[in-house]
Design a protein around this ligand. Structure first.
Ligand SMILES: [Zn+2]
Length: 49
């Protein structure tokens, strides 16, 4: 039961990454610092549907 989620850049709001998450083991909102090619820097990416 893994759901596909998108990771959205907190700065420009673009969806740069997709990942999967197991709702049973990972609760709450996912936040990952990843490189955003549009901002050309590392930004915090937050989980969106
Ligand atoms: Zn960005």
């Amino acid at each position: 039961m893994r759901d596909i989620i998108h990771l959205q850049c907190g700065n420009c709001k673009r969806k740069n990454y997709t990942t999967t998450k197991n709702k049973k083991t990972q609760q709450g909102k996912l936040e990952v610092k990843k490189y955003c090619p549009f901002c050309r820097s590392h930004q915090v990416h937050k989980e969106v549907k």
